[in-house]
Write a protein that binds this ligand. Structure first.
Ligand SMILES: Nc1ncnc2c1ncn2[C@@H]1O[C@H](COP(=O)(O)OP(=O)(O)OP(=O)(O)O)[C@@H](O)[C@H]1O
Ligand SMILES: [Mg+2]
Length: 247
């Protein structure tokens, strides 16, 4: 379980998160919605212990990670996979090397084991044929698939974190990535891996998530299921989700 308890974070004068609190089980399918700059990426960075709150606590699996050292937080991070905004692949490496990166960096697998693991991941994501291609040679959708494969390389996460996984993709490719995100989290709770998808693409969030949070001015102003989201009385949120009402 992830718990944020009154988490406050500011960059200089700019308060990004203001006593923000929520709890989520690892198997949940959560979408964090909100406008640009509202702190969505920051929440994922806090979960991974990449940044630390100014005030409040972050508890993962019963462990307070708020002030853990970089070495201690590494074990906690193993619960998660992360696909960063824009995929963030290494341009100078081909697909194989991109996916193998964390295996080389953080595990003691032999070269044969690495090759086998990379191939099986690429196969799972239906991009096995792209193994020799360089990042620049991939379509946007394939780049996202490689980024997802890379995020899964280190092991089976208990929860996947996706930061704007479909932003910049055409509607059909977005739909395919959403389907993939759904497929990677199949199974029954509590055993299945869940995810947090951070996005401002409401339609994509509605395709995959079961719980929706909307962030405004550093707080969660909505937290609920799709029906409640569609019927919200909050005028600004209604406008944010208006595309859901197009029949
Ligand atoms: N390292 C940093 N230093 C200073 N300000 C930062 C830093 N990282 C983020 N911010 C600021 O914090 C706020 C929240 O950023 P964040 O990236 O979490 O927003 P976001 O909701 O993910 O936005 P977007 O939808 O554009 O990705 C923004 O105003 C941003 O400019
Ligand atoms: Mg962001």
């Amino acid at each position: 379980m992830i718990e944020f308890r009154d988490v406050t974070l500011a960059y200089g004068e700019r308060v990004v998160l203001d006593r923000l609190s929520f709890k989520a089980q690892f198997h949940e399918k959560v979408a964090i919605l909100g406008g640009s700059g509202e702190g969505k990426t920051t929440i994922l960075r806090l979960v991974l212990g990449l940044v630390h709150p100014d005030d409040g606590k972050i508890i993962i699996n019963g462990q307070d990670i708020t002030d853990l050292s970089e070495t201690q937080v590494r074990d906690v991070r193993m619960n998660f996979s992360i696909v960063f905004q824009e995929g963030a692949l290494f341009d100078s490496m081909n697909v194989r090397e991109n996916v193998a990166f964390s295996l080389r960096e953080y595990t003691k697998y032999s070269e044969d084991e690495i090759e086998e693991r990379v191939r099986s991941l690429l196969k799972r994501l239906a991009i096995e044929d792209a193994i020799e291609l360089m990042t620049a040679e991939l379509s946007g959708g394939m780049q996202r698939r490689v980024a997802i494969a890379r995020s899964l390389a280190a092991g089976e996460p208990r929860m996947m974190l996706y930061d704007e996984p479909t932003t910049g993709l055409d509607p059909l490719t977005s739909e395919n990535i959403c389907k993939l995100i759904g497929d990677l989290s199949t199974g029954e709770p509590p055993g299945r891996p869940g995810f947090i998808i951070v996005t401002h693409k409401v339609t994509d969030a509605a395709r995959v998530a079961e719980r929706f949070m909307y962030i405004r001015s550093g707080r969660i102003v909505f937290d609920g299921a799709i029906d409640a989201l569609k019927n919200t009385a909050d005028a600004e949120l209604r406008s944010f989700i208006s595309e859901l009402h197009v029949a």
